[in-house]
Design a protein around this ligand. Structure first.
Ligand SMILES: Cc1ncc(COP(=O)(O)O)c(C=O)c1O
Length: 406
């Protein structure tokens, strides 16, 4: 036999638990670190396996959760990714999923039953609108979508029959701001669960759990992964609530593949750097384009008016890299603008290192009718830009030149 004798090998250094006082950049790099029993590697390995040896001594007397059984039910590489997210969100626990929609569906379906009412914003991600508006009513769950006026006064819209309140801020795609604390208080006043999608702001931009939200959801395919190379989802919150979600996740079968979990953990290490740079790029682009003759309106968190600005500055540390541009020339101008871009890729999604442009009417919200889109303020001239980490001057030049020819 070749190789070092394990008995004479130097002892491996122990990982220490992360002290509570560390900041978000330190958490992003060090959270989830743990001893690797096999090789002592600094980077936790990918357990690319569907199943695990079942201990012969396992008996009914032991808690089945102590045993690593099958990757649909759990896997160490998934757990590391979940631990990093929990640490960043300031949550007791988190779980990762095979997509954002997988996380949203498993979470919502865990907490509603026939006869319950869900109250939701009407300007949510399109897939979430489909789940709430199309699927839930088939199983006897009533869903009430709030108009913009109702959403400004959630305490009047959320009632005693409301079981779950679902919202986002900034919203997709118009980047409207909602007061997280106010919505959460209104939900809790009637004993409803407050569920919040934090995909746009990320835990670096804001901490919904610190404002009372019960469960925070993510499309980790966006900023958490950050490199447009993984489809993933996550939920963070209390250990008790997440144990209930576990059951639904294993029934629905939406776990995260171990290799994707590894990419997600790797991506999250640079999340604070990327969010800061993307927010800076967005701020500079908004400054350069407002006003601009080809742009009728610029959507960015806080720009709706003084009330939105005051809520955004209270609850957000970073405003994020997503900007909405309403082109004055409508749909025809959008087509020309997209065709003129040289650096910004025309593609759905957001939060990656590369800048992307997409038309919400044709991507995230293509499931809605024209009338539904207009009712939600999604007009044909709306383009959504997700700014990456490139040089701000280059992005401003690319967008300005594309607008000049639109
Ligand atoms: C805000 C938001 N939530 C959820 C999702 C769904 O995530 P996924 O595409 O990872 O299923 C998206 C996707 O665009 C999104 O933008």
């Amino acid at each position: 036999m070749s190789g070092p004798d394990p008995a004479s090998a130097p002892p491996r250094p122990k990982f220490h638990p992360l002290p509570e006082w560390v900041g978000p950049a330190t958490r992003a790099v060090h959270a989830g670190a743990r001893e690797d029993a096999n090789a002592g590697s600094v980077v936790f390995p990918i357990y690319q396996t569907s199943t695990f040896h079942f201990p012969a001594e396992f008996s009914e007397a032991r808690d089945p959760r102590d045993v690593q059984l099958y990757t649909r039910l759990g896997n160490p590489t998934q757990e590391v990714a979940a631990e990093v997210l929990a640490s960043l969100e300031g949550a007791e626990a988190a779980r990762v999923f095979g997509s954002g929609m997988g996380a949203i569906a498993a979470t919502v379906l865990t907490f509603v039953s026939p006869g319950d009412e869900v109250v939701a914003l009407s300007d949510l991600y399109g897939g979430t609108l489909d789940l709430l508006g199309e699927l839930l009513p088939r199983f006897g769950v009533r869903v009430r979508f709030l108009s913009a006026a109702e959403a400004a006064r959630p305490e009047s819209a959320i009632g005693p029959s409301t079981k779950l309140v679902y919202f986002e801020s900034p919203t997709n795609p118009l980047l409207r701001i909602h007061d997280i604390r106010r919505w959460t208080d209104a939900a809790h006043a009637v004993g409803a669960l407050a569920v919040f999608d934090n995909t746009f702001a990320t835990p670096i931009g804001q901490h919904p759990l610190a404002r009372g939200v019960d469960l925070v959801l993510h499309s980790a395919s966006k900023s958490l992964g950050g490199h447009s190379d993984v489809i993933a989802g996550a939920v963070a919150g209390s250990a008790d609530l997440l144990e209930r979600v576990d059951r639904t996740r294993s029934i629905l079968g939406s776990p995260l593949d171990p290799f994707a979990a590894f990419l997600l953990t790797r991506g999250m290490k640079t999340l604070p750097l990327r969010v800061a740079k993307q927010s800076e790029n967005a701020r500079k682009l908004v400054g350069a384009l407002a006003p601009h003759p080809a742009v009728a309106e610029v959507h960015y968190p806080g720009r709706e008016g003084p009330a939105a600005e005051s809520v955004a500055s209270a609850q957000m540390r970073f405003r994020g890299g997503v900007v909405g541009l309403e082109l004055a020339g409508g749909r025809a101008a959008v087509r020309r603008f997209l065709g003129n871009l040289r650096l910004v890729h025309v593609a759905a999604s957001l939060g990656g290192v590369e800048s992307l442009a997409s038309v919400p009417r044709e991507t995230s919200h293509r499931g809605l009718s024209d009338a539904d889109c207009l009712a939600r303020g999604i007009r044909p001239g709306l383009v959504r830009l997700s700014l990456g980490i490139e040089d701000a001057e280059d992005l401003i030049r690319d967008v300005s030149e594309a607008l000049a020819g639109a």
